[in-house]
Ligand binder design. Structure first.
Ligand SMILES: [Zn+2]
Ligand SMILES: [Zn+2]
Length: 239
């Protein structure tokens, strides 16, 4: 009976607020399968700083000296309009279901990485970039945690959203220049449950990375837990 009612309720909701593909308008999905296929994934992963074709997204020898991360996996291009729309819907229109198609895109990047790192699978831990608690309450969810959970349904790693806490409320990074971004985010995170990450390959999950200041700041904290390696995993690189 309960299930029957919820089905009717869903049916009514679908009439009042039909779910439509943000790109072609087809009803039933936020991004339909046909449009999802058109989002072009990066086939080759490069050094996140200079663009050298490192294959797995690792920093080249020159660029890696200043980072606590081994590399950043950038799954697709932010030039892609549909990807921009999908990220916007998730973050600013609060369409949490958008996390599933977007996680598919992340999984594409991760697959390329796995081709270069066979056997590393068991020790992978996904850590979403945390939001400040008040911001998460306003939005109703943390979009990077949703991405990590959806990704985990496809790839079965471990997701831990309890190892990194955001202790500082910071203005949105997008409005700031690169130097201000670094200052803005400094000291924003605190590590908890350090034992979980020891000896693991940690992927920090974010939606769009611009200057990578946020990822670097997270990596600085995670590094204290003595993981084997730290990587960033993002949908795209923003401007
Ligand atoms: Zn479509
Ligand atoms: Zn480089």
């Amino acid at each position: 009976m309960q299930e029957g009612i919820s089905k009717i309720w869903q049916f009514l909701l679908d009439i009042i607020f039909p779910i439509k593909c943000v790109s072609c308008g087809r009803e039933g999905e936020w991004v339909c399968t046909a449009c999802l296929r058109e989002i072009e994934l990066n086939r080759e992963l490069v050094c996140p700083r200079c663009g050298y074709a490192s294959g797995d997204g690792s920093f080249c020898d020159q660029c890696r000296v200043t980072s606590k991360m081994a590399g950043i996996i950038v799954a697709a291009s932010y030039e892609d309009k549909l990807l921009q729309q999908a990220v916007h819907a998730l973050k600013y229109k609060f369409v949490r279901e958008m996390s599933r198609p977007l996680a598919t895109i992340l999984s594409g990047g991760l697959k390329i990485w796995l081709n270069h790192h066979q056997g590393d699978r068991q020790d992978v831990v996904l850590v979403p970039v945390p939001l400040y608690r008040k911001r998460e309450r306003q939005r109703g969810f943390n979009q990077t945690a949703l991405l990590a959970q959806e990704l985990n349904k496809m790839a079965r790693f471990t997701v831990r959203d309890d190892v990194l806490v955001r202790i500082k409320s910071t203005p949105a990074q997008a409005k700031l220049d690169p130097i201000k971004r670094r200052k803005n985010i400094k000291g924003a995170f605190r590590l908890e449950n350090t034992a979980i990450l020891q000896g693991k390959t940690v992927f920090i999950i974010d939606d769009i990375c611009t200057t990578s200041a946020t990822l670097e700041e997270c990596a600085k904290e995670i590094d204290k837990a003595q993981p084997r390696e730290i990587w960033g995993l993002v949908l795209a690189r923003g401007k």
